[in-house]
Design a protein around this ligand. Structure first.
Ligand code: ADP
Ligand code: PEP
Ligand code: K
Ligand code: MG
Length: 469
């Protein structure tokens, strides 16, 4: 592991892989520019395609010796458009379109089909159907239940693509939380060594209990559950969902159409605060740099959005289409990293630290609290933690120590389990007893790219001390 580049930051970046972001060359650049977690969205693509990407991720992270995590994002109970001819169907304002739900057709000539067989029984005349995270609004004009065809009128111009998301705001969909497609992918993912499952459209703790059971039954005990808050029901059951999750993603794409879009910022602030208080990593996602799909520079609004997410205490910020299929994936990650770094300069570490203390609950927390305080009052840029399973590392991340947390972990399987955690870079290191030897620690830190004369705090769960490299 080399922590000597400009883009080593505390706020983590999750980037979605896709047709653009999948080559070895780009992966290497993206990892060096601040990507910490690669997201595979299984709403798009098959096992073979994602399998190729996992191979590349593993190869590059090994080459760079970086603890890059892999996140598998499920389909969940969602609606998507089937294949569109040429992946582009031009829709104009006031166009009349037919949506087929009982049979699959190739989308063209203002006709396309969707994955939800009950669509015609669910919608009502005058209701809104949203496509592509709300970028296209369709009003229901006629319903043919027998043939499963819903006729709609378009409110605006837009290009529809294959597998774009479809939302019916307020509707209760008759879809199971865990579908066969997701189960097959998750079983495969466990074998491939994924670190996180991002659970789409979680509605209650019951969904999460089922998912945990399914993971455990398939040897996925170590896989962390990241619940995506993107359904109205998830907002209603927020506390029980956070309680039953390892981490949370605020999936603003779907959420912004499932609830009124102007309520999203309120929930963003509330959910960051809840997750910070309960010590669960939180990810803010979707449209963070949407304009960079086509432009090399962000809008002022996007810069402000990322900055405020970071300074409000999010652990990670995410790239979706910007990295998966945009024209400027590397510029996007660099832009995001620079904004995150800027927010870190102005972050109120003291305030955050004091708030976290109110919720101390683990045996590691007392030492972590003292170490984090030392990092606040000293000029130590790094905290090197020697940990069996990483509990002490978790505790320190939670206190928002104002330092990069270098986690030396004995349990190899835990090394990539901190990708979404604020401040943490972990490395497999079985000789925890080396903590006591200044000489051995110095050598280790220099190997990790830390320069001579840098002040570093060393910690185990019992004690800590200072060292100058
Ligand atoms: N594996 C993939 N294959 C093809 N396109 C992808 C893939 N992953 C993402 N994309 C593209 O990037 C866009 C944004 O990514 P993402 O947020 O993951 O998907 P969505 O918004 O459709 O849920 C997608 O709509 C799709 O056009
Ligand atoms: C991240 C999201 O989920 P997906 O891209 O899978 O729809 C979202 O809805 O914001
Ligand atoms: K998904
Ligand atoms: Mg979504």
């Amino acid at each position: 592991m080399k922590l000597d580049n400009t883009f080593i930051k505390k706020t983590k970046i999750i980037a979605t892989a896709g047709p653009t972001f999948e080559t070895e060359e780009l992966m290497e650049k993206m990892f060096k520019h601040g990507v910490n977690v690669v997201r595979l969205n299984i709403s798009h693509g098959d096992i073979e395609e994602h399998g190729k990407r996992i191979k590349v991720i593993k190869k590059v992270r090994e080459k760079l010796d970086l603890p890059i995590s892999i996140l598998l994002d499920t389909k969940g109970p969602e609606i998507r458009i089937h294949q569109i001819e040429g992946n582009k169907l031009k829709v104009k304002r006031n166009d009349i379109l037919e949506i087929y739900c009982k049979k699959e057709i190739l989308g063209k000539d203002n006709k396309f089909s969707v994955t939800y067989k009950d669509l015609a029984n669910t919608v009502k005349i005058g209701q809104l159907i949203m496509v592509d995270d709300g970028k296209l609004s369709l009003i229901v004009k006629a319903i043919n239940k027998e043939n499963g065809i819903v006729t709609v009128k378009s409110e605006n111009n837009h290009f529809i693509g294959t597998k774009k998301a479809v939302n019916i705001p307020g509707a209760d969909l008759t879809l199971p939380f865990l579908n066969e497609h997701d189960k097959e992918f998750i079983k495969w993912g466990i074998k491939e060594g994924i670190d996180y499952v991002a659970a789409s459209f979680v509605r209650s703790q019951k969904d999460l209990i089922n998912l945990r059971q399914f993971l455990n039954k398939n040897k996925g005990q170590d896989v962390l559950i990241m619940s995506k808050i993107e359904a109205l029901k998830a907002i209603e059951n927020l506390n029980e969902i956070i309680n039953h999750s390892d981490s949370i993603m605020l999936a603003r794409g779907d959420l912004g159409v499932e609830i009124p879009y102007y309520e999203v910022p309120f929930y963003e602030k509330l959910i960051i605060e809840k997750c910070r208080a309960w010590g669960k990593p939180i990810v803010i996602a979707t449209q963070m740099l949407d304009s960079m799909m086509e432009n090399p520079r962000p809008t002022r609004a996007e810069v402000t959005d990322i900055y405020y997410a970071a300074i409000s205490g999010t652990d990670s910020t995410m790239l979706s289409g910007e990295s998966a299929s945009g024209d400027f994936p590397l510029e996007s990650v660099e832009t995001m990293a620079r904004i995150n770094l800027e927010a870190e300069k102005n972050y109120n570490y003291l305030d955050s630290y004091e708030k976290a203390y109110a919720y101390v609950d683990s045996s590691n927390a007392e030492t972590a609290y003292l170490v984090a305080k030392k990092a606040l009052t000293n000029d130590a840029k790094y905290i090197a933690v020697f940990s069996e399973k990483g509990r002490m590392i978790n505790a320190l991340s939670r206190f928002r120590a104002n330092a990069i947390i270098l986690g030396f972990i004995k349990d190899k399987s835990k090394v990539t389990k901190f990708g979404a955690n604020y401040g943490v870079y972990a490395k497999y290191y079985p000789n925890l007893e080396d903590y006591s030897s200044d000489e051995k620690v110095r050598k280790l830190l220099i190997e990790c790219g830390i320069k001579k004369n840098t002040k570093v705090l060393l910690a185990t769960k019992q004690e800590f001390r200072k060292i100058t490299v």
